[in-house]
Ligand binder design. Structure first.
Ligand SMILES: Cc1cc2nc3c(=O)[nH]c(=O)nc-3n(C[C@H](O)[C@H](O)[C@H](O)COP(=O)(O)OP(=O)(O)OC[C@H]3O[C@@H](n4cnc5c(N)ncnc54)[C@H](O)[C@@H]3O)c2cc1C
Length: 298
């Protein structure tokens, strides 16, 4: 399907933009159309100009996405480097755009002496991605801090919704209606006298010791099943180091799959399926991917 965008955006979208440039696994075929809005007015105008049948996907920092080698038909909207306002909201609140990096939320909250926010430092994505995933780390979880979210739909209509309108759980978020994306959120914290800068440094150090930080990955591939850890199940099934093409199950943390440089998305997806099949056979437990898998087989 050919996709022509309105003339005012024609010079600013990118056609066939390789998504391998925008995902932390560094794999993935092209987005048919890639758009990085200047600001919210630009985003609203762009959405309003799209024909209703065009599929729309959103990407933050691509740190939880497996994009297949055949790429993504339709439009991919990138919030990287945009929608990135971050300000105080009252005595212990913060208002942030969807494109704000979680690490910045952590750093800024440490300066403002608001917490708990140190856990955001370990999540290498945007606030929008963290809202979509209910990202969490070290006992903290995104939606525990959310009081309201601002959303936008494909016609460009924006609205504020209370957090109580969403059902959230471990890496799960159910919206009250389909077809809305996050523009930003109001977060609420406690005033905290503790040295959160020190807490952030300690958490990052713990993470560095346990995870293959610096290698190309998507963090944890599978959610933890109730009462157990995916990493423990994968490791004790003898799968550490299992390799397909240029991807392998990390020798450092069994719930990570690492691209050694030239992996294809298909290598990673096959590894995911092989890990699931082996853990099911050995332990009788079904593992479910935490990563979002998107696009067409190449
Ligand atoms: C080394 C490493 C460590 C990690 N550690 C953790 C961890 O400790 N805890 C954890 O929870 N995760 C972790 N992750 C995974 C990832 O960082 C989080 O899931 C993060 O929240 C994803 O944010 P993102 O901006 O990269 O989203 P993307 O990967 O770009 O997108 C993820 C999903 O969110 C959707 N999305 C993105 N922006 C929006 C928006 N504005 N509105 C609606 N939907 C949107 C996308 O469509 C997609 O479905 C880790 C990843 C890596 C690489």
């Amino acid at each position: 399907m050919s996709l022509a965008v309105a003339s005012e955006f024609a010079g600013r979208v990118r056609y066939d933009e390789p998504l391998s440039r925008h995902t932390s696994w560094h794999v993935g075929g092209p987005a048919q159309v890639w758009f990085n809005p200047r600001d919210r007015a630009d985003l609203i105008a762009f959405l309003g100009s799209l024909p209703p049948a065009v599929p729309i996907h959103w990407i933050g920092l691509g740190s939880n996405l497996l994009v297949r080698d055949g790429g993504v038909p339709g439009v991919v909207i990138s919030t990287h480097g945009t929608l990135d306002d971050l300000q105080r909201n009252g005595a212990s609140g913060v208002q942030a755009g969807a494109g704000v990096a979680c690490a910045r939320v952590a750093r800024q909250c440490a300066q403002w002496q608001l917490g708990p926010a140190a856990f955001f430092a370990g999540i290498p994505g945007t606030l929008g991605g963290a809202l979509a995933m209910n990202a969490g780390a070290f006992g903290g979880e995104t939606w525990r801090q959310v009081s309201e979210v601002e959303t936008i739909d494909r016609s460009g209509q924006t609205r504020w919704r209370a957090a109580t309108e969403y059902r959230t759980g471990y890496r799960q978020v159910s919206a009250p209606v389909a077809g809305e994306w996050f523009l930003g959120a109001r977060l609420s914290f406690e005033r905290s006298a503790a040295d959160q800068g020190e807490e952030v440094r300690a958490l990052l150090q713990r993470r560095k010791l346990a995870q293959p930080i610096g290698e190309w990955s998507c963090g944890s591939v599978f959610t933890n099943p109730p009462g157990d850890f995916a990493a423990r199940l994968i490791e004790t099934a003898g799968l550490k180091g299992l390799r397909i093409g240029d991807a392998s199950v990390s020798a450092k943390h069994a719930n990570f799959i690492v691209n050694h440089g030239h992996a294809r998305a298909a290598d990673i997806e096959q590894l995911i399926e092989q890990v699931q099949a082996t853990v099911q056979r050995v332990h009788g437990v079904a593992l479910h991917p935490e990563v979002r898998i998107l696009g067409e087989v190449g």
